[in-house]
Unconditional design. Structure first.
Lengths: 417, 307
């Protein structure tokens, strides 16, 4: 059904685009968000096209895992689309340095974004910005409210309470306490380490200290998250070693698991799938009263392929991405992707509103290894996938995981040598 | 007679060779040298700079690179060993059974066993991932039904089992190839030879070991070398089931996935075509070495029989 619709829609656009409205300019968006295909086709693109006659937009996503390599290959071959969805930090910076992305800092609506929002897509000195920020994602835990009521536990605020809740579910036996697997490894890192870690290394403070060389990844605040992860293993489902990311999502939305270590991007999928009430809590702090930190990671932006033949139309679109209209459309059609612009965006999704509310109580930080620290070989952002998954599976002790990361970093990063 | 003395130009040789030579040169030889060239350079800024064999020195000399490289090569070797001790003997055994005239429905079995070979890696990978899934898979249920649930492990997620499991999945998929090749060469053995053996009192299993097996040895040699080349080029199955990081903890990382990660980059890691090409050249050399050992060490000594 969906496929036929899609095919006919594509056919229709291609016929109409070539025959009836030959003067229309078609611009193509490269993206890794293939989950968002319908949202772009049904909401975002019609809204844009209604206000900008003469410009047609085609959203052409690639599978997430292949996106970077496919995009690099397409850019090198000159076949990439006009608009490029930008990964944060070095992935896009290198595209800019290679001349594939144009400087879009001069767009009128770039004024709607603060420096933190732009940090993911600016040169190190901040002189050029090459993508218009679209959204950030926030980490935390999504839980099954009904399961919590059934077992009679409350939302945990500290790590001790967190493990008490997990123990209660384990004892009860009706629910898998923690829905996560290590087969794909990246959940262990992003939803595990980067999720709970900022409470230990105090968010930006620790992150900047590592970049400056003042803290080492073998320091307690960087090893302790691994120690917590190592305790997670016993609360995960049977055979979690071979449990993949979609498996974990399904376990939770089917109501078989109680707590899901999450990124806020899950919300739209979960809202559609889960038939029970859901709640969310931010990563528990070590001791009651501690200041809380969250991972509020700049995640997605849109830039201009400098080889595009339709630069004016692309600029028009990018400028529109900086408007309040786009911010509201995007944040509401994709609950869990929070706008980075300074506009106040009202979100109709209560869970999304709850999660974005953490920004008021906790300190925001981005994922630890994405800026600067993932520049060398070995790449820390990839290495911590492996070391986090290893810590959960128990094939590396927390200390070994820390030492592994520190060795890797010190092997190429001067401030750490 | 004098006209006959001049050697005739045999144009047909050139004409018949040209298409293959052109296609092969354009698609195989040219890219091979392109890769070799790329592996001798490094990228500084936006420029390619010639650095001789430095990439290879890094690959084999730098502790991190060489650990990954030897780990991948070791995994490749294990992948190959599993195929050699499971796939090929089993393929020969199945072919021997199929060629026996006593077996009914042999063409059905032949087709059924061969079918996985024509499936795509992606289908095989995902199907087996689901079959072995600890959550939704039928493997734990089937083991449970016969009371052997305790044997079930999340095989694809355990460092100690993952690679062997993948190798066995690959064996399942490709067992049809040795089976078909051996089956064909078994059928080509003339009945007179076997009957002559029978007159001398060689029947049943003895006929297989003493007459058939020596006669199909050249086919077994060909199969071994096909397996070797295929296994050291392995990538697809590992990529579809375990992803580019070839988890858990690089336990299923083979040269192919190591090359992919390095060449094209992965997530935050940017691609390094130069180091990637160096790995590709090492893969080529490993396979070349293996094939040479076979060609000069084994193939030339093999005895062939003509009927």
């Amino acid at each position: 059904m969906n496929t036929t619709k899609l095919v006919s829609a594509l056919l229709a656009t291609s016929f109409l685009g070539t025959a009836a409205f030959a003067q229309d300019v078609t611009i193509t968006v490269e993206s890794w968000r293939n989950d968002d295909l319908l949202i772009w086709q049904n909401t975002i693109i019609p809204a844009f096209e209604a206000g900008h006659p003469g410009i047609k937009v085609v959203f052409a996503p690639t599978a997430p895992a292949q996106y970077n390599s496919a995009l690099n290959a397409k850019l090198a071959a000159g076949t990439a689309g006009d608009l490029i969805t930008c990964r944060p930090f070095d992935g896009s910076l290198s595209l800019y340095d290679a001349g594939h992305l144009a400087d879009v800092g001069g767009l009128e609506n770039m004024a709607n974004f603060g420096p933190v929002a732009k940090s993911g897509w600016s040169t190190d000195d901040g002189s050029a910005t090459f993508c218009v920020p679209m959204a950030s994602v926030i980490h935390g835990f999504i839980y099954n409210k009904e399961a919590f009521e059934e077992v009679g536990v409350d939302v945990p605020n500290t790590t001790d309470e967190f493990f008490a809740v997990l123990d209660a579910f384990k004892e009860d036996g009706n629910y898998i306490p923690l829905s996560m697997g290590t087969a794909d490894q990246w959940e262990a890192a992003t939803m595990g380490y980067a999720n709970i870690g900022p409470n230990y290394w105090k968010g930006e403070e620790g992150r900047m200290a590592v970049i400056a060389g003042d803290q080492k990844l073998t320091d307690p605040q960087w090893v302790a998250p691994y120690a917590q992860l190592a305790r997670w293993g016993e609360y995960m489902g049977d055979g979690f070693e071979a449990q993949s990311y979609p498996d974990s999502q399904n376990l939770f939305t089917l109501g078989r698991a109680a707590i899901y270590p999450a990124g806020s991007w899950e919300l739209s999928g979960f809202n559609a799938q889960a038939e029970f009430a859901m709640g969310a809590f931010n990563p528990p702090v070590q001791a009651a009263g501690d200041e809380c930190y969250i991972s509020d990671h700049v995640d997605i932006a849109l830039g201009m392929n400098s080889a595009t033949k339709n630069a004016d139309e692309v600029r028009t679109f990018l400028n529109w991405v900086g408007t309040a209209e786009f911010a509201s459309l995007y944040a509401n059609s994709l609950p869990g992707f929070f706008s980075l612009s300074n506009h106040t965006v009202e979100m109709s999704d209560p869970l999304a509103q709850e999660i974005v509310g953490w920004r008021n109580d906790c300190n925001s930080s981005i994922r630890p290894y994405h800026q600067i620290l993932s520049r060398g070989t070995p790449n820390l952002a990839n290495e911590y996938w492996v070391s986090s998954a290893n810590a959960i599976r128990g094939s590396m002790t927390p200390e070994e995981a820390g030492a592994h990361m520190q060795d890797g970093l010190a092997s190429w990063y001067e401030p750490q040598q | 007679m004098s006209t006959q003395d001049r050697p005739k130009r045999r144009w047909h040789i050139v004409i018949f060779l040209t298409p293959a030579v052109l296609v092969y040169t354009a698609l195989m030889i040219f890219p091979l040298f392109g890769t070799l060239r790329l592996s001798l350079f490094t990228t500084v800024g936006q420029e390619q700079i010639f650095i001789g064999l430095d990439n290879f020195r890094t690959l084999l000399g730098d502790e991190r690179w060489s650990n990954s490289f030897w780990n991948a090569l070791k995994n490749n070797t294990w992948f190959f060993v599993i195929h050699m001790i499971v796939q090929n003997p089993l393929g020969i055994a199945i072919a021997a059974m199929l060629s026996s005239s006593a077996l009914r429905f042999s063409s059905f079995y032949r087709t059924a066993i061969f079918i996985p070979t024509i499936l795509s890696f992606v289908i095989v990978g995902f199907a087996w991932k689901l079959i072995l899934s600890p959550l939704w898979g039928i493997a734990p249920d089937m083991l449970d039904a016969v009371g052997l649930k305790f044997l079930f492990k999340p095989w694809l997620g355990k460092e100690e089992y993952a690679l062997t499991t993948l190798a066995l999945i690959s064996v399942w998929q490709f067992i049809g190839i040795p089976m078909m090749l051996i089956y064909a060469s078994l059928l080509s053995i003339p009945d007179e030879v076997l009957e002559a053996g029978e007159c001398d009192g060689i029947t049943g299993m003895a006929a297989f070991w003493k007459i058939k097996l020596p006669l199909i040895l050249p086919s077994i040699g060909i199969i071994s070398i096909l397996t070797f080349v295929g296994n050291f080029n392995a990538f697809d199955l590992i990529y579809t089931t375990q992803g580019a990081l070839a988890g858990p903890n690089y336990a299923t990382d083979v040269l192919g996935s190591f090359l992919y990660r390095t060449f094209f980059g992965f997530q935050m890691q940017l691609g390094d075509p130069n180091m990637g090409s160096a790995i590709a050249m090492m893969m080529f050399l490993v396979i070349l070495l293996g094939v040479c050992i076979y060609l000069f060490g084994i193939q030339t000594r093999m005895r062939r029989y003509q009927f």
